[in-house]
Design a protein around this ligand. Structure first.
Ligand SMILES: Nc1ncnc2c1ncn2[C@@H]1O[C@H](COP(=O)(O)OP(=O)(O)OP(=O)(O)O)[C@@H](O)[C@H]1O
Length: 253
């Protein structure tokens, strides 16, 4: 499925973004004049050495921290100087998956997934349980939905975290190394699942990963170094970043 008709082509537009931690002599710039656009409905992997700023960038896009300098537009919302209302609304439009599943130990899979609706204020909806069960089935956990996290495997926990992130039907999925705690086969299965559900729903995915074994799944790979975008690769990178140029290249070929 493609992006909804009439929706802007870009899900994320970042321009001349600077971000730093600390103040005065301790101030350290971690994102430097960074510009990046992400097209709706595409899966983009963000890669780069440890400490280059990937997680910082992801949390800024997810409105989990405030933009200090430059522009970050997410699903039409400008986050520079954004009010708390705009920040909360942006977070509601996004789903998050972290390196560690962050499931609540005292809740079952079903109850954890329902938390994904709670943050959207939709847990009381009449069809809440049906929606949770639908997404639990989509990630292949129907048989395990009444189990607690210490009764399921690492891959199943990460699937439950995916279900929790997707139950609210986010337009944007932000994932920070979701395969880091998984073996390679399970990691690949989990990412293929994310990619399948994303493409069925026309969802935009921005995923931080170090995992070289899953790179073929991305539409586009963006490499960062030292707070900047270093390069873009991937089968469709040129087409997404510069559609006109890619078209010319295709015509010549
Ligand atoms: N809350 C913070 N306060 C101070 N410095 C921070 C904070 N968060 C991150 N940093 C520093 O900012 C830099 C960028 O961190 P960030 O986590 O964004 O990088 P990363 O590319 O995601 O790294 P990794 O791949 O190891 O997760 C690092 O040097 C890190 O130590």
């Amino acid at each position: 499925m493609n992006a909804p008709v009439g929706a802007p082509r870009l899900a994320i537009e970042i321009s001349h973004l600077n971000h730093w931690y600390g103040e005065g002599d301790l101030r350290r710039l971690v994102l430097r004049d960074l510009s990046l656009t992400v097209e709706r409905g595409k899966t983009t992997f963000l890669m780069g050495p440890s400490g280059c700023g990937k997680t910082t960038l992801l949390t800024l896009v997810g409105a989990l921290r405030s933009v200090m300098e430059g522009s970050v537009k997410v699903l039409g919302h400008e986050l520079l100087g954004a009010s708390e209302t705009v920040m909360v609304e942006t977070r509601r439009l996004a789903g998050f998956i972290f390196q560690h599943h962050n499931l609540h130990r005292s809740l079952t899979v079903l109850q954890n997934v329902r938390m994904g609706l709670e943050v959207k204020g939709e847990a009381g909806a009449q069809d809440a349980t049906a929606r949770c069960m639908e997404v639990i089935s989509a990630v292949g956990l129907s048989e395990h939905m009444h189990k607690y996290q210490d009764q399921i495997s690492g891959g199943q926990k990460q699937r439950a975290a995916i279900a929790r992130a997707l139950v609210g039907k986010p337009e944007l999925l932000l994932a920070d190394e979701p395969t880091a705690a998984l073996d390679s086969k399970t990691g690949r299965e989990v990412i293929e699942l994310v990619q399948r559900l994303a493409s069925e729903r026309g969802m935009t995915v921005l995923m931080v990963t170090h995992d070289n074994r899953i790179l073929d799944i991305a539409d586009r790979i963006v490499e960062m170094e030292d707070g900047r975008i270093l390069a873009e690769t991937g089968p469709k990178a040129e087409e997404i970043a510069h559609p006109a140029r890619a078209k010319t290249a295709r015509t010549k070929a």
